[in-house]
Ligand binder design. Structure first.
Ligand code: COA
Length: 428
């Protein structure tokens, strides 16, 4: 078999678990106007959305149009006025505004039709008056006129549209209950809609400025820390919008708008391509079961080879699996630890390990905490361990160096004086 065929099969195997995981999930995707400037990116994106649709995802698209509006108005030799980064939309500009957005929407629909013509079940794009707008109003003496803000979302109608097998498309155009046309910020719309329909995912294409120096994953506390010292104003605005969704949308993905493959990479590879902001527990800490033996062995084998952990055979691991807890992420074991209870209230912690790619995210501390809770629940008042490489880490986590003589008798008799492990003890 050729290498390219092997690569293909391996990739398919690795991504297949996500297919079931994403089926039936709702995903709101924000497309900034800049993304829509590249015809190739839009074609690729349309095909990918067709694929997601056929894999059972329910999709809402929210499209921006800033560069297209800038272009249309500069062609017409009209200056947009801005106040606090927001456009002021006077009544006389509304026809050109509607025309520009209408054209852009029509181009997107055309690309969708072409890109999905090979699909057995091509998605249909549907727009509607789902968003009710109200005037932004007069701020600091400046009347924003037809620049609006979101008043209400007919979220049930959007959900009904998705349930009936269509892809919902929203644009900057929204209407008030008095029938006036308003120009709405689409990033804000995307965040609000994702919250209103309690989407499983909000996926946002961002600019290099907005994504500057963001790590691959952010919990909500980490997001708040970055928001207190953002890289630039654009990033601050994006993260502020996103932070408003955190109770309703479990996962927000920030993707590079210049990478047309970002959407599929983000959804079908373990580590994605951009930044994931999660408000749920992205990983799961739980008791190990016999099915985890292979995963734990895979995690600790390199550490055994380096002499950091004592070698355990598969048979021993199978016998002792009830002593283990694991952290699982997307069906991969990325952390483990074991607890051995003794008769004399002194419990042993062993085999603490975190996958190298996930170290430094306090998973080790989380495992240690869980072991301490388990030990206390089982009546232990001291936790000890033997380590050759990691005593500083344990000292920083409340352990003290101790003499071999403090160990339970059975453990003392098994102590390997050649290995010269350090003994650490913590009072619980
Ligand atoms: C020790 C270990 C479990 C920590 O996991 P983790 O999820 O990275 O832990 P945390 O995120 O809570 O802590 C990370 C910090 O510990 C530090 N650290 C990691 N290994 C260390 C060591 N051997 N000695 C001292 N500090 C260490 C890191 O530098 C980091 O410090 P920083 O926050 O100042 O950058 C992980 O490094 C590991 O699996 N090591 C190999 C296996 C091992 O030694 N197990 C213990 C034997 S029982």
């Amino acid at each position: 078999m050729q290498q390219s065929e092997l690569d293909f099969i391996n990739t398919l195997r690795q991504s297949s678990r996500y297919i079931e995981q994403h089926r039936g999930k709702t995903c709101v995707i924000y497309l900034p106007g800049r993304f829509l400037l590249s015809r190739d990116s839009v074609t690729q994106f349309s095909q990918d959305v067709g694929l997601l649709y056929n894999l059972g995802l329910k999709i809402v698209l929210v499209m921006g149009a800033s560069p297209q509006l800038d272009h249309a108005f500069s062609e017409a030799k009209i200056d947009w006025r801005l106040h606090h980064q927001f456009r002021i939309t006077p009544t006389e500009l509304i026809p050109l505004f509607q025309q520009t957005i209408g054209l852009l929407r029509s181009q997107l629909e055309a690309t969708f039709s072409q890109a999905n013509c090979q699909q057995p079940n091509p998605p249909t794009l549907v727009s509607g008056n789902w968003v009710i707008a109200q005037p932004k109003g007069v701020i600091e003496g400046i009347d924003f006129q037809h620049t609006g803000k979101l008043r209400k979302i007919r979220h049930q109608s959007i959900s009904d549209c998705l349930d009936s097998g269509q892809v919902a498309l929203l644009t900057p155009i929204a209407y008030s209950l008095t029938g006036e046309v308003f120009n709405l910020n689409t990033l804000e719309q995307a965040c609000e809609i994702a919250s209103a329909i309690e989407a499983d995912k909000l996926m946002i294409y961002g600019s290099p400025q907005q994504l500057k120096d963001l790590p691959k994953q952010l919990s909500i506390p980490q997001l708040n820390r970055i928001m207190s010292r953002p890289a630039n104003n654009e990033q601050a605005r994006l993260l502020t919008q996103v932070s408003h969704t955190n109770n309703k949308v479990k996962r927000v993905h920030l993707m590079d708008q210049d990478n047309p493959s970002a959407l599929l990479l983000e959804l079908f590879s373990r580590d994605g391509s951009g930044t994931l902001i999660f408000s749920d527990r992205y990983h799961q800490l739980r008791d190990a079961s016999i099915e985890d033996v292979g995963g734990i062995l895979g995690l600790i084998e390199p550490l055994e080879q380096d002499g950091i952990l004592v070698k355990r055979s598969r048979e021993r691991m199978e016998l002792e699996i009830d002593n283990f807890i694991v952290i699982e992420r997307d069906q991969l074991i990325i952390g483990c630890a074991a607890l051995y209870l003794n008769d004399d209230n002194m419990a042993e912690l062993a085999c603490l390990a975190v996958h190298p790619q996930y170290q430094g995210q306090e998973l080790g501390s989380e495992l240690l905490k869980a072991i301490e809770v388990k030990a206390t629940e089982n009546g232990a008042n001291k936790l000890f361990l033997l380590t050759t490489h990691t005593h500083h880490w344990f000292i920083e986590h409340g352990f003290n160096l101790a003499n071999v003589s403090v160990l339970p008798d059975k453990k003392q008799s098994l102590y390997n004086y050649q290995r010269q492990s350090k003994v650490l003890v913590k009072t619980l």
